[in-house]
Design a protein around this ligand. Sequence first.
Ligand SMILES: *[C@@H]1O[C@H](CO)[C@@H](O)[C@H](O)[C@H]1NC(C)=O
Ligand SMILES: *[C@@H]1O[C@H](CO)[C@@H](O)[C@H](O)[C@H]1NC(C)=O
Ligand SMILES: *[C@@H]1O[C@H](CO)[C@@H](O)[C@H](O)[C@H]1NC(C)=O
Ligand SMILES: *[C@@H]1O[C@H](CO)[C@@H](O)[C@H](O)[C@H]1NC(C)=O
Ligand SMILES: *[C@@H]1O[C@H](CO)[C@@H](O)[C@H](O)[C@H]1NC(C)=O
Ligand SMILES: *[C@@H]1O[C@H](CO)[C@@H](O)[C@H](O)[C@H]1NC(C)=O
Ligand SMILES: *[C@@H]1O[C@H](CO)[C@@H](O)[C@H](O)[C@H]1NC(C)=O
Length: 341
Amino acid sequence: MAAFHLLLLLPSLLLASTAVADECHDDDHAALVAIDTALGSPYHFASWTPDSACCDWYDVDCDAESGRVIGLRVYQDANMSGAIPDAIANLTYLQTLTLHHLPAIAGAIPDALAALSNLSQLTISYTGVSGPIPTFLGTLTELTLLDLSYNSLTGAIPASLADLPSLSGLNLKRNRLSGPIPPLLLSKSPDQAYLWLSGNNLSGAIPAEFAAVDFAHVDLSRNALTGDATCLFGGAGNTSSSLQHLDVSRNALRFDLSGVEFPENLTYVDLSHNGIHGAIPAQVATLDNLQQFNVSFNRLCGEVPAGGNMARFDRYSYLHNKCLCGAPLTACRQRPINHLH
Ligand SMILES: *[C@@H]1O[C@H](CO)[C@@H](O)[C@H](O)[C@H]1NC(C)=O
Ligand SMILES: *[C@@H]1O[C@H](CO)[C@@H](O)[C@H](O)[C@H]1NC(C)=O
Ligand SMILES: *[C@@H]1O[C@H](CO)[C@@H](O)[C@H](O)[C@H]1NC(C)=O
Ligand SMILES: *[C@@H]1O[C@H](CO)[C@@H](O)[C@H](O)[C@H]1NC(C)=O
Ligand SMILES: *[C@@H]1O[C@H](CO)[C@@H](O)[C@H](O)[C@H]1NC(C)=O
Ligand SMILES: *[C@@H]1O[C@H](CO)[C@@H](O)[C@H](O)[C@H]1NC(C)=O
Ligand SMILES: *[C@@H]1O[C@H](CO)[C@@H](O)[C@H](O)[C@H]1NC(C)=O
């Protein structure tokens, strides 16, 4: 008898506990409804109905304990159009905001987002968003990752981004940014730093301050950067830097490569299409993990290092330089033995 009652009770107990976990805070509910309305109630949000708690809605993540909305991740919809709704800022507990592959979302990044002081990951990528990168992003002190890649953002990279104490990943790839790279960018990174700035129109020098940043990954390719890049090689020849991926190709860099020491864990190095001179340091041959090496279209001279893993690289790693020689290129001309006869 008692067992029978328990069995009857069980389903309702389960239901009750699910309902508690999915409970939806009124303020978050109101903010989500406002977001839906602002975007013209797109089909993408068809599950956003009063029949279900908002924590169950598609693209919405709630904190299990507080039941507050901490994540909104909207992906991959070419039909969703309009501006980024101000109402997102009313999701005050938001930690992750992802707007990805929404090409018809346009307009500027709204100032309202400045209120999201708990935001730790902000991704607005592959959208039609334009205008400047707002300075206020430098006040969102919890940010660890900022990804604004593949948009139509213009203007300079705000120096305020260097203030972010927890930022370790910054991706501004493929926009229309111009002006210099702020010197202290990622200088406070608590972890290994990741920086992607490729495919913009950034100019000026690579900040010398980058020598002190513990980079794992740096991509500054396809810009208009000038001067020296040796600060990126783990500081003045610090072969124990953790740098693994370095791409500064397609800029206007001019420096002497001869004295550079490459960090030991490098797997990818692309220095192509610059004005780099000097010789390729023999130390490159000691890099056990190097998979990609490209110094094509520079002004390098002298013998290509041999031994180690250098046999991995064919002549396409060395195209169009001033006077590189030795395998896999043509043999170096023998030096005149003696002119004193
Ligand atoms: C986008 O709109 C087209 C035409 O109205 C429709 O066929 C398609 O299913 C929509 N896609 C999404 C993801 O809503
Ligand atoms: C945000 O919430 C406040 C108070 O709940 C409300 O007055 C305001 O209109 C909301 N903002 C947006 C953009 O929905
Ligand atoms: C940020 O989150 C914490 C809890 O994780 C909460 O106490 C605080 O109120 C939130 N901040 C805002 C501005 O809502
Ligand atoms: C890049 O910036 C330079 C000025 O630094 C400007 O003259 C040039 O037109 C820009 N190029 C593009 C493609 O925006
Ligand atoms: C070399 O780089 C490593 C890792 O970033 C760092 O811990 C070390 O202090 C650096 N050494 C010098 C001499 O800069
Ligand atoms: C290089 O990689 C190895 C293996 O992943 C790791 O143990 C070592 O700490 C790395 N060295 C540096 C300087 O990051
Ligand atoms: C190196 O870069 C040049 C120029 O972009 C390219 O033509 C060449 O194929 C690249 N080499 C390799 C090995 O990827």
